[in-house]
Design a protein around this ligand. Structure first.
Ligand SMILES: Cc1cc2nc3c(=O)[nH]c(=O)nc-3n(C[C@H](O)[C@H](O)[C@H](O)COP(=O)(O)OP(=O)(O)OC[C@H]3O[C@@H](n4cnc5c(N)ncnc54)[C@H](O)[C@@H]3O)c2cc1C
Length: 250
C-alpha cells in the first residue's frame, strides 16, 4: 500500500512499532533490502514508533507517537494485524486459543465440525510448532484437505506453506516458516536485487526467502519437505545449487 501510494505521488510515512519492516516474517537482511528499496522510491520509515493517538476535528489530521512526535496526515491507514473471530466457535464448545484448533485435515475438537483459513491454529508438519498462517495458499490447501477428509479421499502429503508479496516491483517468495532462532545464510548479493536467504534449524533446511529470483524456490520447497541437512558453507555460495549443498546421508 505504501509503495502504491508513493507511486501515485503521495508523501508516505510508515510508522512501525518494531525496529524493521516485516520483522515477524523475515530476517533482518531481507527487511533492510526492502526498507532501502522503499526508501529509494519515496517511502519514509519511522521505526520504534508506538502510536498513542490519532487526532483531528472532523477527520484524522495527525498521528501522535509515544515519544511525543506529531506526524501530520491527510489519510491514515492502520495495518496492525488481525485477531481471529473465534467467538462463534468458542460458543459451540470448540477448542480455541488464538485461533480455532484444527488437525491436519481441518477437523476441530468436535468431529462433526471443520474449520479452515486464517481463523485456525494448527501444528506445523515441519517441526510441530503451533501456528496460525494468514495467507491464501494456506486457506486453499486446508480447504482441499478438509474436503478430501469429508469425502474419504487421500489428500496426499501436506504442502509446505508458501507465501509471496510484490513490493516496488520486486517479488519476495517464501517457502516454509522461519523461526527467529534459525541460522540465517544469505545467498547472493542483495545490492544486485536478486538473492535468497536460507534458514537452517538444527542443520536442516526449514525455510527460504527468494528475492527477485525464484531459482532457489522450488528446490528449497522439496528440500524442506525432506528435512534435508544442508552444508552452510556450500549454501552460502550462490554458485552452488541448493540441491548440491545437501549433506550426503551418513
Ligand atoms: C490487505 C490484505 C492483503 C493481503 N495480501 C495477501 C497476499 O498478497 N498473499 C496472500 O497469500 N494473502 C494475503 N492476504 C491474506 C489473505 O487475504 C487471507 O489469508 C485469506 O483471505 C484467508 O482466507 P479465509 O477464507 O481464511 O478468510 P477470509 O478471506 O477473511 O474469509 C472469511 C469470510 O468469512 C466471513 N465470516 C466471518 N464471520 C462469519 C460468520 N459468523 N458467518 C458467516 N460468515 C462469516 C467473512 O465476512 C469473510 O468473508 C491479505 C490480507 C489482507 C487483509
Amino acid at each position: 500500500m505504501a509503495a502504491a501510494a508513493a507511486a501515485k505521488g503521495c508523501d508516505v510515512t510508515v510508522l512501525e512499532f518494531q525496529d524493521r519492516v516485516m520483522s515477524r516474517v523475515t530476517s533482518a537482511s531481507v527487511s533492510r533490502f526492502f526498507e532501502q528499496l522503499h526508501g529509494r522510491n519515496g517511502v519514509r520509515f519511522v521505526f520504534g514508533a508506538a502510536v498513542t493517538a490519532v487526532e483531528g476535528s472532523q477527520r484524522a489530521e495527525r498521528i501522535v507517537t509515544a515519544d511525543g512526535s506529531v506526524h501530520p496526515a491527510d489519510v491514515v491507514l492502520a495495518g496492525i494485524g488481525v485477531v481471529p473471530n473465534q467467538e462463534l466457535a468458542g460458543a459451540a464448545g470448540l477448542e480455541c486459543r488464538d485461533g480455532i484448533h484444527v488437525d491436519g485435515d481441518g477437523l476441530t475438537s468436535d468431529p462433526a465440525i471443520y474449520a479452515v483459513g486464517d481463523v485456525t491454529r494448527f501444528m506445523s508438519t515441519i517441526d510441530g510448532a503451533s501456528q496460525r498462517l494468514e495467507c491464501i495458499q494456506n486457506a486453499l490447501a486446508q480447504a482441499d484437505r478438509a474436503a478430501a477428509h469429508i469425502t474419504g479421499e487421500d489428500a496426499g502429503e501436506p504442502e509446505i506453506p508458501w507465501f509471496w508479496t510484490v513490493q516496488q516491483g520486486i517479488r519476495l517468495q517464501t517457502a516454509g516458516v522461519r523461526h527467529p532462532e534459525d541460522e540465517v545464510i544469505v545467498r547472493g548479493a542483495p545490492a544486485e536485487g536478486k538473492f535468497s536467504v536460507v534458514y537452517l534449524r538444527n542443520g536442516c533446511l526449514a525455510a527460504v526467502d527468494t528475492i527477485g529470483s525464484l531459482t532457489d524456490f522450488r528446490p528449497a520447497k522439496k528440500l524442506i519437505a525432506h528435512k534435508a541437512r544442508i552444508d552452510p558453507l556450500l549454501a552460502a555460495d550462490p554458485g552452488t545449487r541448493l540441491t548440491d549443498a545437501v549433506f550426503a546421508a551418513a
